[in-house]
Design a protein around this ligand. Structure first.
Ligand SMILES: Nc1nc2c(ncn2[C@@H]2O[C@H](COP(=O)(O)OP(=O)(O)OP(=O)(O)O)[C@@H](O)[C@H]2O)c(=O)[nH]1
Ligand SMILES: [Zn+2]
Length: 216
């Protein structure tokens, strides 16, 4: 059975949620390993030589790890860590490492996310902000969508006065192949609420993420 005979499932996330309800994988790990073996042969390699013998297994395992976000949900990662608080000043978690994979080439996207919000009665456990970034990054992504998904998740969970997300990342598909521009960085942002409406709030956020912390 292959994914293509499930036209009702138009994203990997839907595929995964269908897996968990059906309790049986649509594509087996053996089939995935066979596909990697085929790739190796297509590349002119001998998949039976010693160094490559276990490569299909390793590649499948590595790809499953790099896309493990498909198996995670906001509910589970939050573990209830949303608290009622009077705080109404900006909360910023910056320099969150991002390791994602671009959906066009399945090559690494490496960078940092800076995430801020202004609470309106509710705050979230700080680590959960990094966990939200991690869940969406560990999928096949485009940087723009990753940025929006993080912003929308926080907006939905906290209904804060505003959310700001900036991601700075370098795409290996632009570095190691294709246009080959190793120094290039892509910066994307998503501004919600006061960050989108009020230039001063946005400016404060941008200044905070520009400033170099002195404990580095
Ligand atoms: N907008 C956006 N584009 C991305 C991202 N990751 C990769 N891409 C781009 O997706 C595009 C795919 O273009 P194609 O022409 O179909 O693929 P390609 O022949 O491999 O393109 P080149 O990389 O230019 O060699 C490329 O321009 C990539 O740089 C991302 O996160 N966001
Ligand atoms: Zn790419």
């Amino acid at each position: 059975m292959t994914l293509s005979i499930r036209p009702d499932l138009n994203s990997a996330a839907q595929v995964v949620s269908s897996l968990s309800t059906q309790q049986q994988p649509i594509v087996t790990e053996a089939e995935m390993m066979q596909a990697v073996r085929t790739l190796l042969i297509g590349l002119g390699e001998n998949p039976d030589r010693e160094g490559l013998k276990d490569t299909p297994k390793r590649v499948v395992k590595a790809l499953q790890f790099l896309t493990k976000g498909y198996n995670e949900s906001l509910d589970e990662l939050l573990n209830g860590a949303v608290f009622t608080e009077d705080a109404d000043e900006m909360v910023l978690v910056r320099d969150i490492d991002i390791f994602s994979s671009c959906e066009h080439h399945i090559l690494p996207v490496i960078g940092r996310a800076h995430v801020a919000y202004i609470p309106d009665g509710k705050v979230i456990g700080l680590s959960k902000i990094a966990r939200i970034c991690e869940m969406y990054a560990r999928r096949l992504q485009v940087q723009e969508r990753l940025t929006l998904q993080i912003a929308d998740a926080l907006q939905g969970l906290l209904k804060p006065k505003g959310v700001a997300v900036v991601i700075e990342a370098t795409h290996m598909c632009m570095v190691m192949r294709g246009v080959q521009k190793p120094g290039s960085w892509t910066v994307t942002s998503a501004m919600r609420g006061v960050f989108s409406e009020d230039a001063r709030t946005r400016e404060e956020f941008m200044n905070l993420i520009r400033h170099n912390p002195n404990f580095h």
